[in-house]
Design a binder for this molecule. Structure first.
Ligand code: ATP
Ligand code: MG
Length: 209
């Protein structure tokens, strides 16, 4: 279980952004954290993945634990080693690199065979398989989102954190990404996603059926 307890985060020593945030994500679950612009969703993800530092942010109270072990303020690469991967807001793929090269970058912390993992990810995303040798920058928005998710999966995570995966996608593509997330979850990956809207009822409908 990934647990956030009573988290308080301050940017630049003075800007209080989160106060008393607690959240539990049990293994196997898909948890959606909903909030409007500026509510602090990205800040929650940065707190877990150790990326507050580079933003001049600090955890001033509270803790984050993984299966009972305190992981508050661990550095980003340690967090990935512990099995937590994230997809950043706005995708951030390397547009000049090919699809496969982008995937390879996501696997650098993984001791398993990178090639096997690339094959596994490409099997999950047939469209990326077709475009595997093409420049990532030529992919459509939805395909780039899939590549960003695929890159995160290259580290074989137990937990996948997604920051607004629906951002900028047409409704049909949002449905596709939602289905994919359900598929990834059914393969044993626990998911935390943050979103502004409740479009993710799709996932929960799928889970009910
Ligand atoms: N590096 C930073 N320095 C100062 N303030 C910041 C920093 N990053 C975020 N903030 C502030 O913290 C608050 C929460 O930001 P955050 O990005 O976590 O919100 P969000 O819920 O992800 O918003 P959005 O839906 O727009 O992505 C906002 O008021 C934002 O201006
Ligand atoms: Mg955000």
């Amino acid at each position: 279980m990934l647990a956030i307890e009573n988290l308080e985060v301050v940017y630049q020593d003075v800007i209080l952004v989160l106060r008393g945030v607690s959240l539990k994500i049990k293994k196997g679950e898909i948890v959606a954290l909903l909030g409007s612009n500026g509510a602090g969703k990205t800040t929650v993800i940065r707190s877990i993945t150790g990326l507050l530092d580079v933003q001049n942010g600090d955890i001033t109270k509270g803790s984050i634990s993984l299966d009972g072990e305190d992981i508050t303020n661990l550095n980003p690469s340690k967090i990935v080693e512990k099995g937590i991967a994230q997809v950043l807001e706005g995708r951030r793929i390397f547009s000049e690199l090919t699809v496969v090269e982008n995937l390879r970058l996501g696997g650098h912390t993984n001791s398993n065979d990178i090639k096997d993992n690339i094959d596994k990810v490409l099997d999950l995303f047939p469209i990326l398989k077709e475009r595997s040798k093409g420049k990532a920058g030529y992919l459509s928005g939805g395909e780039q989102q899939m590549l960003a998710i695929g890159r995160a999966l290259m580290s074989d995570p137990t937990y996948l954190l997604l920051d607004e995966p629906s951002l900028g996608l047409a409704p049909k593509l949002v449905d596709e990404v939602a289905e994919l997330i359900t598929e990834i979850n059914s393969q044993g990956v626990t998911v935390l996603l943050v979103e502004q809207m409740q479009i993710w009822h799709l996932i929960f409908q799928t889970m009910d059926t």
